[in-house]
Write a protein of this length. Sequence first.
Length: 101
Amino acid sequence: MTLGADWYLSLAAALFTIGAVGLLIRRNVLVMFMCIELMLNAVNLTFVTYARKLNDIGGQSLVFFVLVVAAAEVVVGLGIIVSIFRRRTEATADDLNLLKG
């Protein structure tokens, strides 16, 4: 039994929607960061689904580049988040002006 592409695309749409709503509603920086990662993974699922459906390797190679960008985002983003949490015990998205120097 194999699932059709519509199931994967609907799962990707649901994941992207959850990530977008979480990004817009939550003010905690770590939760916002996880929502961005969830949205990137939803896009990756869409790319892989279309690559498999169209028998094209281009979508899968694009997923590789998105994962590289996501890894770089994790390195830079977590560095910024850790520097905020060192100054304050509680950090929200409004606390980013603390890093202006």
